[in-house]
Design a protein around this ligand. Structure first.
Ligand SMILES: O=C(O)CCC(=O)C(=O)O
Length: 269
């Protein structure tokens, strides 16, 4: 296994691995690499939907999305499909997956099926570094703050989802202890983070904007340009991500599986 770190503060490419054939040693090495690099790119992976789920299961429990229908023959896999006539894409704003759930996923595997001839990159941000990059004046205000995450901004505009999809709310610590690395990380999710406990709306909006600006600064991000067969595995507990929507008139199809996580931990237990 050849791990090549990106030149950014997160991200690495792993060559020499056939994910459909990994054994427990491989899983251990990949998990260690994920803890270190946060986002792992595995080029040229040939996997059926069932094999994608089987790979994900080597890293934790897997279940269907819950609010969006999975593939008919494999409900744990979400097909993220943007067709030439679609204007909006999925995951276009910075977010942490399903932060509005009591236990958001620990991570996700995204496998490229059809990619546009240009555009359609995905970006991830390093939330450990974001926390460290905050000015002291913000840091002292947020260490023990709890954030309110709502699903409305994700599902509000989708008429086809069940009403409960729009009503999910979770309160999580804004500064969390990563359960595996034990490092402090910011846990923020762009538009899904709608407020902070004990803070009025105006102050919360200001703080949210400041956090997002620091957390998504280009110095703290990694950008991947997809090729068919690329599989990216990210740690959802210490990153945010967004899919760029700059390929109007083209098709982009990805398969995603999420791995179950645990409730985010506050830094002082
Ligand atoms: O399609 C992508 O690049 C990312 C989609 C996304 O945001 C997600 O799967 O949560």
């Amino acid at each position: 296994m050849n791990i090549k770190p990106s030149e950014r503060s997160l991200g690495a490419t792993i060559e020499g691995v056939t994910l459909s054939e990994i054994d427990l040693d491989g899983v251990r090495l990949i998990r260690a690499a994920l803890m270190k690099h946060l986002v792992l790119v595995f080029p040229r992976q040939i996997l059926t939907s069932q094999q994608l789920v089987a790979v994900a299961r080597m890293f934790g429990a897997v279940k269907p999305h819950g609010f969006l229908a999975g593939m008919e023959n494999c409900p744990e896999v979400l097909a993220i499909n943007k067709r030439p006539g679609d204007a909006q894409n999925f995951g276009g704003a910075w977010h942490t997956d399903n932060s509005y759930l009591p236990a958001p996923p620990m991570g996700a595997l995204l496998h490229a099926q059809v990619v546009p001839s240009f555009g359609g990159d995905t970006e991830w941000s390093n939330q450990y570094e974001a926390l460290m990059a905050l000015p002291e004046s913000i840091r002292i205000r947020i260490d023990h703050l709890w954030a309110r995450h709502e699903s409305k901004s994700v599902f509000g505009a989708l008429p086809s989802v069940l009403p409960e999809a729009r009503q999910q709310v979770a309160i999580h610590p804004l500064v969390c202890l990563h359960p595996e690395t034990r490092r402090a990380t910011l846990f923020h999710s762009g538009a899904c983070t709608v407020g902070f406990e004990g803070m009025d709306d105006a102050e919360a909006t200001c703080l949210g904007n400041d956090l997002l600006a620091v957390a998504t600064h280009p110095d703290l991000t990694f950008r991947h340009s997809w090729r068919p067969g690329d599989l990216v595995f990210w740690d959802n507990r210490c990153t945010m991500h967004r899919a760029l929507n700059d390929y109007l008139g083209q098709t982009r199809l990805m398969h995603r599986v999420s791995i179950c996580g645990t409730p985010p931990l506050p830094i002082s237990l």
